[in-house]
Design a protein around this ligand. Structure first.
Ligand code: NJP
Length: 235
C-alpha cells in the first residue's frame, strides 16, 4: 500500500464539491494539500482545516497552471500527486448553446487538465515517479441528450488522460481516471443537500474515497480506470 503521509498533492477545483472532499480526506491521511481554484475565500477556509496551502488560479490559463506547480515546488520542494478535478458543465439542446459556453467547458475541462499535466509532468519525469488522477465522468463513456458540449468535453478530457497514461508509464508515472455518476455538489449551479439528492446522488466523500483507493495502490500497481455510481442510477 502507498502511504500518503507527507505526500504533496495539488488538487484543482478544491474550493467546493468533490475537490474539497478530496482535500479533506487526503489531509486526514497525512498528505500535504495544495488547494487550487479561482475563489480565494473558500480556499482560505479550507486551508485552515487542511493546514496546507492554497493557490488562487484559473487552470484554463497556461501561466496560472505553470505557476501552481512552480509555487508548490518552491514552497514544499516536492510534488507527488496531481488531481485534475476542476470542471464546469451545463446542459441544453444544441441550438441553445453559445460558442462561448462551449469554450468555457472545453477551456476548463480539457485544456485545464492538459495545462496542469503539462506543468507537472517534467517534474514527475525527472523524479521518475508521480501520480496523476483525473476526475472525468461516466459521460466520458456514454452519450446523452443535452450533453453535446459537456459530454464532448469529458470524452476529450478522458482521451488526454488515456493518451498520457501510455506516454508516461515508461517514466514510472501513473495516470488514473475516475468516472463518477451523479454527485451532489454545486455543479451546474445546483445546491447540494436536498432530501431528493440524498437518494439519487453520490456524496462528494464517496468520490474522495475512490481517489484515496487509487492513490493507496501499491507502488507496482496502477488503477487505470475506476467508475462509481449511486445504486439508484441507471446508465
Ligand atoms: O462541481 P462544483 P463538482 N480554474 O461546481 C473549480 C466532475 N463530475 O465538485 O474556481 C480553477 O461543486 C470551482 O472553483 P472556482 C465535474 O465535471 C461531477 O461536482 O472557485 N478552478 C470548484 O472548486 C468536475 O470535473 C459530477 O469556481 C475551477 C470546482 O471547480 C468534477 O467532477 C458528475 C475552474 C467545481 O466544483 C468536480 O465537479 C460527474 C477554473 N477555470 C463528474 N473552473 C456531478 N457533480 O454530478 C471551475 O460525472 N473550478
Amino acid at each position: 500500500m502507498t502511504d500518503l503521509t507527507n505526500q504533496v498533492v495539488i488538487i484543482s477545483g478544491a474550493s467546493r464539491g468533490i475537490g474539497k472532499a478530496i482535500a479533506l480526506l487526503l489531509a486526514l491521511q497525512g498528505a500535504t494539500v495544495v488547494a487550487v481554484a479561482r475563489s480565494g475565500q473558500e480556499l482560505s477556509d479550507l486551508t485552515h482545516k487542511t493546514r496546507g496551502m492554497s493557490i488562487v488560479a484559473d487552470i484554463a490559463d497556461e501561466e496560472d497552471a505553470q505557476h501552481v506547480v512552480a509555487e508548490t515546488l518552491r514552497h514544499y520542494g516536492r510534488l507527488d500527486i496531481l488531481i485534475c478535478n476542476a470542471g464546469v458543465g451545463s446542459f441544453a439542446e444544441l441550438e441553445q448553446f453559445t460558442g462561448e459556453e462551449w469554450d468555457r467547458m472545453f477551456d476548463t475541462n480539457v485544456k485545464g487538465t492538459f495545462l496542469l499535466c503539462k506543468a507537472a509532468v517534467p517534474h514527475f519525469k525527472a523524479q521518475k515517479r508521480g501520480h496523476i488522477v483525473g476526475i472525468a465522468s461516466d459521460v466520458a463513456k456514454r452519450t446523452f441528450a443535452h450533453g453535446t458540449a459537456y459530454g464532448a468535453s469529458k470524452f476529450a478530457q478522458d482521451a488526454v488522460l488515456a493518451s498520457l497514461r501510455k506516454e508516461v508509464r515508461p517514466h514510472g508515472i501513473k495516470v488514473s481516471t475516475i468516472y463518477p455518476g451523479l454527485v451532489d455538489t454545486y455543479f451546474n449551479d445546483t445546491t447540494p443537500g436536498s432530501v431528493e439528492a440524498e437518494k439519487t446522488h453520490l456524496r462528494p466523500a464517496d468520490v474522495a474515497q475512490a481517489v484515496r483507493y487509487v492513490l493507496e495502490a501499491p507502488a507496482h500497481v496502477v488503477i487505470d480506470e475506476l467508475m462509481l455510481h449511486p445504486l439508484t442510477q441507471e446508465w
